[in-house]
Ligand binder design. Structure first.
Ligand code: AHR
Length: 528
């Protein structure tokens, strides 16, 4: 757990610094300069490179794709007859871009859509598949051209594990049981034979299965007591000869009572419990791209709340599961702004700025640090919906600042978490404050240490000193993601406005390294 001292700014700090004999002479009217001085005097990080007990499960870097707006259709799926280059209907450009960020797992088909989805509508010849209305997302017609076979093909092309969310809200136990049989049964059985008739001989490996989504809301408006009984019943029939990791629907944000009831009534029957937390948007503006520092500060403040949420849900889980057998699976998280002007409000298509990148980076630092209990997370969503990695416009494709964070942070996947202590100046806005920097660190299998650092302030660079306990570093190098304006983002006409650059702001010291973090930046350092 990171420790942090709460700092003071302005005149009082200057007096303190002078009292301790600081050689710098600072004008008392120059508060900014004083804050900079104070920050550089006090930002210290300790990385305990001698304590690598926990593994950062690669699934913390997981993704989510729902039949919502243009995520599946146009995002991943264009169909085999499209002029957009594709492999069996799946876009080649999107797959290639996603592969670069090493997606470990993909959740599908929802979200709220999952509890209205009937899997048998999405198998067999596409021209014979029935349509349905996507009631949750814009009331558009869903033609079911992307179904079970296409999803497993997508996972194969991405090189990731499948995570399917089943329908508890409007589906039967038999329907769920038959879906599992269709996917996993090796021998002859009615569903395995149907799968073969549809062109797939071998069963697929179903790695993760969610028993309902948001059963407290769009998944059926259930009480935790009622859902706990439903979970016991439905999950009994998630039967397969190969192990399937069963994930129960967990709480929304700070609903600790839901976690308590689920863990008490069926903690022993589940492998994971989900948590959904969207940190939302700005304070005054809901726009993804037009906002000021007030909006920046308050969105980051709400993103940092992830720390409290995972810690408190984990402590409820600890009461019932002290061995930490059950994983906390944060299978929906991210920002939620107004849709881009002129787009369908039901499609949740939003732009993505440097601010979203900072939200992703601080959230991933938190999830890394809680990897003893958090063993999967799925940012919402992969393409064209909410805090996306990728945006598409017909045949064009761009990657977002959030994508770059996932690419930079991929070094933490399956690495050993190194505990960190951070002593930093606060980032103050009006009468409020949040920690000025966010950090996590790990050691990979080749022995390299990676430290990811964020400077949350929009205006102030900061110099931090990092002690590496247990090793003597020889070399430090890194990359930085920042941009002149906090609202900067990539567009189809300017696709590389925000992208990582090499970083020369770090130097090895005897005990570790020193680093100069630019304002509003994300830095990844590699230490050898
Ligand atoms: O990600 C968009 C929606 O947010 C999901 O469908 C739902 O689970 C959540 O409320």
């Amino acid at each position: 757990m990171a420790a942090r001292t709460i700092g003071t700014t302005g005149l009082r700090s200057i007096v303190v610094l002078l009292a301790f004999g600081a050689s710098l002479v600072v004008s008392t009217s120059d508060t900014d300069a004083a804050e900079r001085t104070e920050a550089s005097q006090r930002d210290t990080i300790v990385v305990h490179a001698d304590q690598d007990a926990q593994t950062i499960n690669r699934n913390i870097y997981g993704h989510f794709s729902e039949h919502l707006g243009r995520c599946i259709y146009e995002g991943f799926w264009v169909g085999p007859d499209s002029h957009i280059p594709n492999t069996r209907g799946i876009r080649n450009d999107v797959v290639a871009a996603m592969r670069k960020i090493k997606p470990p797992v993909l959740r599908w088909p929802g979200g709220c859509f999952a509890d209205e989805y009937h899997w048998r509508d999405g198998i067999g010849p596409r021209e014979h598949r029935p349509s349905m209305v996507n009631n949750n997302w814009g009331g558009v017609t869903e033609n079911n051209h992307f179904g079970t076979h296409e999803f497993f093909d997508l996972c194969d092309q991405l090189g990731c594990e499948p995570y399917i969310c089943g329908n508890v809200g409007s589906g039967t136990v038999q329907e769920m049981q038959q879906w599992i049989e269709y996917i996993t049964q090796a021998g002859h059985s009615p569903m395995a034979d149907l799968r073969r008739a549809n062109g797939r001989q071998q069963p697929w490996k179903l790695t993760y299965f969610g028993v309902g989504n948001e059963c407290w809301g769009c998944g059926g408006n259930m009480t935790p007591e009622y859902y706990a009984d439903q979970y016991r019943r439905y999950s009994t029939f998630v039967r397969s000869s190969s192990p399937v990791f069963k994930i129960a629907c967990g709480p929304c944000a700070d609903d600790y009572h839901w976690t308590e009831v689920l863990m008490r009534q069926c903690g022993g029957n589940m492998d994971g419990l989900s948590l959904h937390y969207y940190c939302g948007t700005g304070n005054k503006s809901r726009s993804a791209t037009r906002f000021d520092e007030d909006d920046w500060f308050h969105l980051l403040q709400r993103a940092l709340r992830m720390e409290e949420l995972v810690a408190k849900h984990a402590s409820v889980m600890d009461k019932h599961d002290p061995q930490k057998r059950v994983a906390l699976v944060v299978d929906e998280w991210g920002t939620w702004h107004d849709v881009e002007p002129g787009t369908n409000p039901g499609f949740l298509y939003q732009q993505n700025t440097l601010r979203d990148a900072l939200v992703a980076a601080v959230s991933l630092n938190i999830l890394n640090r809680h990897c003893d209990r958090v063993r999967m997370a799925n940012i919402a969503q992969a393409v064209n919906v909410l805090q996306s990695m990728i945006l598409t416009d017909k045949e064009k494709m761009i990657v977002t600042p959030t994508y770059h964070v996932f690419e930079m942070y991929a070094v933490h996947q399956d690495a050993a978490l190194l505990p960190t202590d951070v002593n930093c100046a606060d980032y103050r806005f009006g009468s409020e404050k949040i920690p000025g920097i966010s950090v996590s660190a790990s050691r990979d299998k080749a022995g390299k240490i990676h430290v990811t650092l964020c400077n949350l302030s929009t205006t102030r660079s900061t110099d931090a000193t990092c002690q590496l306990r247990g090793i003597k570093p020889r070399r430090v190098s890194g990359r930085v993601l920042t941009s002149p304006q906090m609202t900067d983002h990539n567009t189809f006409s300017d696709p590389e406005k925000v992208k990582p650059a090499s970083f020369d702001g770090s130097q090895v010291t005897g005990a570790g390294f020193r680093v100069s973090l630019p304002a509003k930046s994300v830095v990844v350092l590699e230490v050898e």
